[in-house]
Ligand binder design. Structure first.
Ligand code: GDP
Ligand code: IMO
Ligand code: MG
Length: 447
């Protein structure tokens, strides 16, 4: 048995929710370590759909402990709405949920700044979820942030809110020509939230380390994906947290020595929602067909997701920074009707300004690793390997041998090319639509 991190290997929405739900059966604890309610993790159980934003997907299983760590940014209104929504659906949320007193709080001014700054950027906007995530992490790093524990202490909260509003209101009025935010309104609203959330608040670093010491099996549920990581993603078109495996240590106070394995969740093709370079994007009708068949609309914002082919260049990067012990390959069934399936094995780049510092000749080069210069990445053209499609339904298949031979060839090709081991293959949105070759919790070895 083992403590496993579940991490997105692409630009998010790989199906992490479904995989976490699958593994929760053998886990004792599920913990979120970064991001906020920008995440939307979908789990389908008995034809009922649940979308989790802040609460770990493990909450849908009875008797599991769920933790929201210090690395998460919390909009209390969104969290309370999520708790109430789950309760309405008959899910128990009470003594099984713990919220870190050190997690930072998303305030109304974070949401205002997020949306105003996006608008001001025009065509260059990031395409954020508009949830105030970036500005909340800015305040955390600049040491002006308000933490969950501060909300509980009326004197501390009052002083911090006053100080922050004096700066923020100047920005809102002068820079964005918009209305100031009222201290009294926010103060009383957030004190009410504090009252509701009090029973859930804990020192989650002490708690999770005690659970680890007791030998419990912990699942660390990542949000977003490696290519949206603030350090390692396609900056600045990223989210503002450490979406890769490193986020576990800082976002929960768990030492790397306590992590036994990392499961990368990889969609059988690629999607991206929001702006930013996407070399393998399919702009033809096929892209739309994948969107339709895969239901590729944001679980949080409802925005259509951009669809494209699998991209080995991006994936190599994700594998390198996360050290995946294994892969969960999801949404294989979405490719069922595709005649020829492509995988980008490298990028070609011709520099229009003849200034490419990466090339020997200075004008053109090839990349097998993702370039960190966005001007270059925007201009990269994928070099594809083409494989035959299977043109048969794989939906709901549960045994490897039942997959069409072309589908198995696609899986083998991915394993060989990326030198990874595919442990789980998801063939549908429902809980039981899956081929489990090696369950990470029972097979990755405890250190
Ligand atoms: P997450 O953010 O990584 O948890 O992923 P999302 O929930 O945002 O998006 C994944 C979508 O694909 C959801 O609608 C899931 O219900 C769905 N899904 C997950 N696995 C599969 C699969 O193997 N096949 C199909 N067709 N849908 C899947
Ligand atoms: P899950 O956990 C896909 C994207 C946004 C935008 C960028 C920055 O469901 O995989 P932000 O609001 O975080 O400042 O937006 O990040 N983004 C996601 N894309 N899945 C997510 O989460 C995402 N969370 C943020 O679309 O491009
Ligand atoms: Mg999602």
């Amino acid at each position: 048995m083992a403590n496993i991190v579940v991490v997105g290997a692409q630009w998010g929405d790989e199906g992490k929710g479904k995989i976490v739900d699958l593994l929760t059966g053998k886990a004792d604890v599920v913990a979120r370590y970064q991001g906020g309610h920008n995440a939307g993790h979908t789990v389908v159980i008995n034809n009922k759909k649940y979308i989790l934003h802040l609460i770990p997907s493990g909450i849908l299983h009875k008797g599991k402990t769920c933790i929201i760590g210090n690395g998460v940014v919390i909009d209390p209104a969104a969290l309370i709405a999520e708790i109430k929504g789950l309760k309405r659906k008959g899910i128990n949320v009470g003594k099984n949920l713990f919220i870190s007193d050190s997690a930072h709080v998303i305030m109304p001014y974070h949401v205002a700044i997020d949306n105003k700054s996006e608008k001001a950027m025009g065509l260059k906007k990031i395409g954020t979820t508009g949830r105030g995530i970036g500005p909340a992490y800015v305040d955390k790093m600049s040491r002006a942030g308000i933490r969950v524990g501060d909300l509980m202490d009326s004197m501390v909260f009052k002083a911090k809110l006053k100080a922050n509003l004096s700066c923020v209101n100047y920005l809102l009025e002068k820079r964005y020509q918009t209305r100031k935010i009222s201290f009294n309104k926010v103060y009383s609203e957030y004190r009410r939230y504090a009252e509701y959330l009090t029973p859930f608040i804990a020192d989650t670093t002490v708690l999770i380390n005690k659970l680890i010491e007791k030998g419990k099996n912990i699942l660390f549920e990542g949000a977003q994906g490696a290519l949206l990581d603030v350090d390692h993603g396609t900056y600045p078109f990223v989210t503002s947290s450490s979406a890769s495996v490193g986020g576990v240590c800082t976002g929960l106070g768990v030492a790397p020595t306590k992590i036994d394995g990392v499961l990368g969740v990889m969609k059988a093709y690629t999607t991206r929602v929001g702006g930013g370079p996407f070399p393998t994007e399919i702009k033809s009708k096929l892209g739309e067909a994948l969107r339709l068949k895969g239901g590729e609309y944001g679980a949080t914002t409802g925005r259509p997701r951009r669809c494209g082919w699998l991209d080995a260049v991006g994936l190599r990067h994700a594998i390198r920074i996360n050290g995946f012990s294994g892969i969960a390959l999801t949404k294989l069934d979405v490719l069922d009707e595709v005649e020829k399936i492509k995988i980008a094995v490298k990028y070609k780049y011709e520099d229009p300004y003849k200034k490419c510092s990466c090339s020997k000749k200075g004008v053109s080069c090839k990349f097998t690793d993702i370039p960190h210069n966005n001007r270059i990445l925007e201009g990269c053209k994928p070099v594809y390997k083409e494989l035959d499609g299977w043109r048969k339904s794989t939906q709901g298949i549960k045994r490897l041998n039942d997959l069409p031979k072309q589908a198995r060839a696609y899986i083998d090709y991915i394993e060989d090319m990326l030198n990874v081991k595919i442990d789980v293959i998801s063939t549908g949105a429902k809980r039981n639509e899956v081929v489990v070759l090696r369950n990470p919790i029972s097979n990755y070895r405890r250190k």
